[in-house]
Write a protein that binds this ligand. Structure first.
Ligand SMILES: [Fe+2]
Length: 274
């Protein structure tokens, strides 16, 4: 099974920009690459912060651009999203019985669980898994087929990464999530967004991948406190292959427009590139 991970599209109303960027232009460029280069995807997942201010016009615009995508999308909530506004424009998206945008989808190669960590009552954008959502996770982990990998997706990471401001707005209750995992089943991989930087590692033995944002980025800065240092580093999406229990993740710089050459080409070796 192959799929693509995108995150933090931060859509705004048509013709608006954010931090000098047009998120729609970015997503359209990513979709053009994905449609052209990866015709065999099971899905494309966007792990939250679909819209920046969560207004109707932003989701309407997102729906228009996403309509160009050939693969089926899986959409998730981030701290900038507004669940009810989102629902008006994406009425077909799976919700759990409590109305949270969470789903469990069993594919031949893997089970995909998506969690909704949006806490609209939080004044600071931190995430939350309330009792309802923890119960959903528990049931999903217990009922997932044991014979294939289990991939868990959530917007907010449940751990610190050293990005000091971002650490203050991660998932607020990681111990509660860990308790559920400890008494049910450990996911084989955890994917998150939120940090707007590419970060990998492991959390309590669970390997994780934090996807770089599609829109504005967060700088690699482990010192700054009190605000989030932004940057315009190039975005990417990740192409994931799950096969025979093996998980391989490639990051694809879809805005790269520089030279491409063979490393075996003597002329290129001597500088004749581009
Ligand atoms: Fe974001």
């Amino acid at each position: 099974m192959k799929f693509v991970v995108l995150t933090d599209t931060h859509f705004v109303a048509r013709s608006r920009r954010i931090y000098g960027l047009d998120p729609a232009e970015r997503l359209a460029a990513a979709i053009a690459c994905i449609n052209r280069d990866h015709p065999d995807l099971a899905f494309v997942i966007i792990t939250g912060d679909l819209a920046h201010w969560g207004e109707d016009t932003a989701y309407e615009h997102l729906a228009d651009v996403l309509a160009r995508l050939n693969a089926p999308p899986i959409l998730m909530m981030g701290n900038h999203d507004r669940r009810d506004v989102f629902g008006r424009h994406f009425p077909g998206v799976i919700r759990d019985t409590d109305g949270f945008v969470q789903s469990t989808q069993v594919f031949d190669a893997a089970t995909i669980i998506t969690l909704d960590t949006l806490n609209e009552a939080a004044p600071n954008h931190e995430g939350l898994l309330c009792e309802h959502r923890l119960a959903y996770l528990e049931q999903a982990l217990m009922s997932a087929p044991a014979d294939r990998p289990l991939l868990l997706f959530q917007h907010h990471p449940p751990f610190d990464t050293g990005l000091r401001y971002m650490d203050t707005i991660r998932l607020a209750n990681p111990d509660a999530e860990l308790d559920v995992i400890a008494r049910t089943r450990r996911p084989d991989y955890l994917f998150t967004g939120h940090l707007h930087r590419p970060i990998a590692g492991s959390w309590n033995g669970i390997p994780f991948h934090i996807q770089r944002a599609l829109a504005h980025q967060v700088g690699f800065d482990l010192e700054t406190e009190g605000h989030i240092p932004g940057s315009h580093e190039a975005p990417d999406y990740s192409h994931v292959t799950v096969s025979g229990g093996q998980i391989v993740i490639h990051q694809c710089s879809f805005t790269y427009a520089g030279p491409r050459f063979s490393l075996h080409d003597q002329a290129a070796l001597n500088g004749a590139v581009g």
